[in-house]
Write a protein that binds this ligand. Structure first.
Ligand SMILES: [Zn+2]
Length: 169
């Protein structure tokens, strides 16, 4: 079971542990939960330096709570949105997932109502979804004026990132 694997792996980790310095850089990265994504290595961040929010697809809308926290509590003024090729969020739609959840819960109006109020921010093209998130953040009144939002696509085939755009809010 995974719990036992975690306990064993952590024993090894803790045995060689050196406490990282908290050396916060002025950036929050929002990216996908895909296990092929390693934002620290791929972007040259070290542990202790930059906050990372991960969710399905790397959605900025999904990450907005954390964005408000880093901006107001830690005064972070640079946000990077990093989506990637071959993303799981391109392989289904919100409508499809809503129906799947409803089928798994027949007769449950509470489930149907809850899932119908959720949006999974799926997409077909990573560059377009990055632009959608940049627009979303630029128009969100909670994002501080002067915030730099950069948008990127990470290619899982080559390991390369390419910048899509930058907006200053
Ligand atoms: Zn993904």
């Amino acid at each position: 079971m995974i719990a036992q694997e975690f306990i064993e792996a952590n024993q090894e980790y803790a045995a060689n542990f050196s406490k990282p310095k908290l050396n916060r850089r002025n950036v929050l990265v929002v990216t996908c939960m895909d296990p092929r994504i390693h934002p620290y290595e791929q972007l040259g961040l070290k542990i202790g330096e930059g906050g990372i929010v991960r969710n399905a697809g790397g959605s900025a809308e999904d990450a907005i709570n954390s964005i408000v926290v880093v901006q107001h509590v830690f005064e972070v003024s640079q946000i990077a949105i990093v989506h990637h090729t071959d993303c799981g969020a391109t392989k289904f739609t919100t409508e499809w997932l809503r129906n799947k959840v409803k089928e798994a819960n027949p007769g449950r109006d509470d489930v149907a109502q809850t899932i119908d109020n959720m949006d999974f921010h799926t997409f077909t093209d990573a560059e377009q979804s990055v632009r959608r998130d940049l627009k979303y953040l630029a128009e969100n009144p909670l994002v501080l004026k002067g915030t730099s939002v950069t948008g990127w696509v990470y290619d899982v085939e080559t390991g390369k990132i390419s910048q899509v755009d930058e907006v200053v809010v």
